[in-house]
Structures are given as C-alpha cells and as structure tokens.
Ligand binder design. Structure first.
Ligand SMILES: NC(=O)c1ccc[n+]([C@@H]2O[C@H](COP(=O)([O-])OP(=O)(O)OC[C@H]3O[C@@H](n4cnc5c(N)ncnc54)[C@H](OP(=O)(O)O)[C@@H]3O)[C@@H](O)[C@H]2O)c1
Length: 246
C-alpha cells in the first residue's frame, strides 16, 4: 500500500499535542483514525470535528500503562475498520528533574508510559500485522535521547530504550512484513510540560516551548511522510527540531 488514503491508523496520546495534530492531519488525508488516550471527552471532541470535516474517526479510552487497554484500542480498529495498518505509539510523559532528586515514582511512571506503553502496543498489534502481512509501528521518541542534557536523563533513557526496541524489531522483521519508524522531535509547543512536577523546571520548559517550540503539526507532517511511503520503503528515523534549538 502506498499513501495515506484508506489506511487504518491507531494513535495513542491523541488527546493533545503531537498525537492530536497527527490524527487531524492523517484523517484530512483520508486515513481512518482510532484515537486513544485517557481524557476520552477530549478524544470525542476531536473525533467529532474530524467527522464534521468528512473524515472517519473513532475513540477508545486508553491508558497505555495497561496492556488490556492497548488490546482494546487495536481491537476497536479491527472490529470497526477490519484491519490496522499503522500504530502510532505517541503517548508520553516527561517527569524530568536531576537524578539526585531520586524521584523513583516519577521514573517508574515514565517507564510505565514511555516504554511499557510502547511494548503493550507492540504486543497488541504485532500478531495482527503478521496475520495481515503488513503493518507499521511509528513511535515518538525525542532529541532528548540524541543530545543528553541535565535533568532529562531518565526521560531520555526511556526514549532511547524505545529507539533500541524499534531497531531490534526492524532487524527481526526483514521479511518485509513490519516497518518501524522512530520520530525524534525537539521542542514542540504542546501540553507536555504539564507532566513536569518540579515547578521551576516546568515554567522554564513552558517558556522555551512558547518562545521557540515548533507546532505539533510539523511533527505530524513528518509522521505522515513516513506513513505515505510505499510498503518496500522504510523511513527508520526522522529528527525534527526548531531551527534555533541548540
Ligand atoms: N513536546 C515536546 O517538546 C516533545 C519533544 C520530544 C518528544 N515528545 C514526545 O511526544 C509525545 C507526545 O507528547 P506531546 O508533546 O504532544 O505532549 P502532550 O500534549 O502532553 O500529549 C501527550 C499525550 O500523551 C497522552 N498520555 C499521557 N499519559 C498517558 C497514558 N498513561 N495513557 C495514554 N495516553 C497518555 C496524553 O493524553 P491523556 O492525558 O488524555 O491520557 C496526551 O494525549 C510524547 O511521547 C513526548 O514524550 C514531545
């Protein structure tokens, strides 16, 4: 399959930011989208707007930390649209802070959402991709894993674990059935700062996002580029950041 029109795409973290922008863009370009996140009322509003513009969109309350929720998200695509072409594992949180803060609970939450959440999606979708003979995993990782900076070590570690996972899956999928793509955004102006517990750090990140963060739609276009390639073309990694980001 080439292009986006007609593809069935499930997206986690679709209630705001990059996930929302991706859902809107892909639907505009003819994809049938299944939106997953915990704030289901936001998902329903977004899906309503997509349908209002002639698109096809469903919603499914999804906490990616729970494997059954990913099974339900993928199951919704199969039940309603009869297949799943792409899973965009985008849900993420950013409980950043110096390692010396020893925020063990924050570290665990990031592992649960940013890493375990992707593994849960993989476990739910991989058997379907194999059965169908095709499928595409797209993940939102981060430039935080490419340039390691103070306060972001554990967040970056979860993102680099996902990057490693995608490369491992790629190496195990050279029969042409499964494609993998890791998207690494830099600063994007989204609600991600809302998950930072440290008040000072949160306001600094908020300021940076407002001052020079790119729009979530820019990342959505990168995701669309990876998805629209013909089946025999795999876009492995895309880095997309503000031109002024150091
Ligand atoms: N913004 C940036 O500068 C930036 C840079 C690099 C990478 N990223 C990555 O981009 C991805 C999207 O983040 P964003 O920037 O668009 O921030 P955002 O606006 O805060 O979006 C995060 C999304 O993840 C969802 N989410 C959080 N915890 C979840 C859970 N347990 N189960 C299901 N969904 C959950 C949120 O929905 P609910 O709260 O409704 O569940 C929301 O839809 C994340 O993986 C983030 O790490 C962002």
């Amino acid at each position: 399959m080439t292009g986006i029109e007609g593809k069935v795409v499930a997206i986690t973290g679709a209630s705001s930011g990059i996930g929302e922008a991706t859902a809107r863009l892909l639907a505009e370009r003819g994809a049938r989208v299944v939106l997953g996140a915990r704030r289901v009322e936001r998902l329903d509003d977004i899906a309503l707007e997509i349908r209002g513009h002639g698109g096809e969109a469903l919603t499914c309350r999804t906490d990616v930390a729970r494997s059954v929720d990913l099974e339900r998200l993928v199951g919704t695509a199969i039940d309603q649209f009869h297949r799943l072409d792409v899973l965009v594992s985008n849900a993420g949180i950013s409980k950043i802070g110096p390692i010396s803060d020893l925020d063990v609970d924050g570290w665990s939450s990031m592992i649960d959402v940013n890493l375990r959440g992707v593994l849960h999606g993989l476990a739910a979708a991989l058997p379907i991709f194999r059965r169908q003979g095709h499928g595409h995993f797209v993940t939102t990782v981060s430039t935080a894993g490419l340039k390691i900076v103070p306060t972001m070590a554990v967040y970056a570690a979860t993102k680099n674990a996902v990057r490693t996972l995608m490369e491992g899956l790629r190496q195990e999928s050279t029969d042409g059935v499964v494609r993998t793509t890791s998207i690494s955004p830099g600063f994007v102006d989204t609600q991600l700062d809302g998950s930072i517990d440290d008040v000072e750090l949160r306001s600094r990140i908020r300021r940076d996002m407002t001052d020079f963060g790119i729009a979530p739609a820019a990342v959505a276009r990168a995701i669309a580029f990876a998805i629209e390639q013909p089946d025999d073309v795999e876009i492995g990694d895309i880095t997309i950041r503000p031109t002024v980001q150091g």
